[in-house]
Design a binder for this molecule. Structure first.
Ligand code: APR
Length: 241
């Protein structure tokens, strides 16, 4: 038993799968119908902006058809009730964590409901379609693009994320294949600082060996059960697992 005060939760596409959003890899995954290089790189945006914008327009539109699931709701409950430090770091660009009520949240790979000016770097809320050539409200350049961190670009707020992991006692990874860095390496930092590490996934991820414990199953079942146990334990013995 280790004392747990600060928790970092990393989530990936698997946590939104039970809400009806496709994951990236595997059968039926988003990358099955598209090559990553064609829709998720700065080069793709320059070569075929119509295709790239349409890909993210479709995914933005899909948000209106889905709802947060039990796993999102459980993490929002943890956020509201956990008395210690907590940071939810999501690789997901959907808004299901915040719709469930999570507040201590970082979207490290950007957000579908945000637009980024490729000229001045301004970021702002965006709904509906975002055609290429849309004017930026801050600088007037016709250069708004989806606010998605493409391969080859720096994820958002890495300093804050790194500091939280270095200061955490428990690192938990939910529904991510461990195929994309830097997120795939977070577990190694957590291990380095002596944090407990736990993975929840339908299948062992590529980085499974780095976790002390892996729970195999659907996030919608595993996460609420884990949150319930964790919160119960703080009532009997504050800040311990
Ligand atoms: N519960 C738990 N895990 C699940 C569920 C579920 N209901 N459904 C699927 N999974 C697991 C899969 O087994 C897989 O390991 O979720 C993982 C999803 O993996 P990916 O599709 O690779 O998604 P992710 O890890 O989030 O991708 C990382 O890759 O292309 C990029 O930028 C994109 O943020 C994304 C990054």
């Amino acid at each position: 038993m280790r004392d747990i005060h600060n928790i970092v939760v990393l989530t990936g596409a698997g946590i939104s799968a039970e809400s009806g959003l496709a994951t990236f890899r595997g059968p039926g995954g988003l990358w099955e119908g598209h090559r990553v290089e064609d829709v998720c790189t700065p080069e793709a945006l320059a070569a075929d902006p119509e295709l790239v914008h349409r890909f993210y327009d479709d995914r933005r539109a899909a948000l209106a058809t889905v709802e947060p699931n039990a796993a999102h709701r459980a993490l929002a409950r943890l956020d509201a009730e956990w008395p210690g430090g907590l940071l939810i770091v999501t690789q997901n660009v959907d808004d299901l964590h915040e719709r469930a009520g999570a507040k201590r949240l970082i979207h490290m790979h950007g957000e579908l409901l945000s637009a980024l000016c490729a000229d001045c770097g301004d970021r702002g809320e965006w709904e509906g379609r975002l055609p290429p050539g849309t004017a930026c409200g801050a600088c007037d350049a016709l250069s708004l693009r989806p606010d998605i961190v493409f391969f080859g670009e720096m994820p958002y707020r890495m300093d804050e994320i790194d500091a939280a992991i270095r200061n955490c006692d428990l690192f938990i990874s939910i529904g991510t294949s461990g195929a994309v860095y830097p997120a795939a390496g977070f577990v190694q930092t957590a291990r380095y600082v002596g944090a407990a590490t736990l993975e929840m996934n339908l299948d062992p991820s590529l980085g499974s060996v780095y976790f002390e414990e892996t729970r195999i199953g659907a996030a919608g079942t595993l996460v609420p059960a884990w949150v319930e146990t964790l919160l119960q334990s703080t009532q009997s013995s504050p800040m311990s697992r």
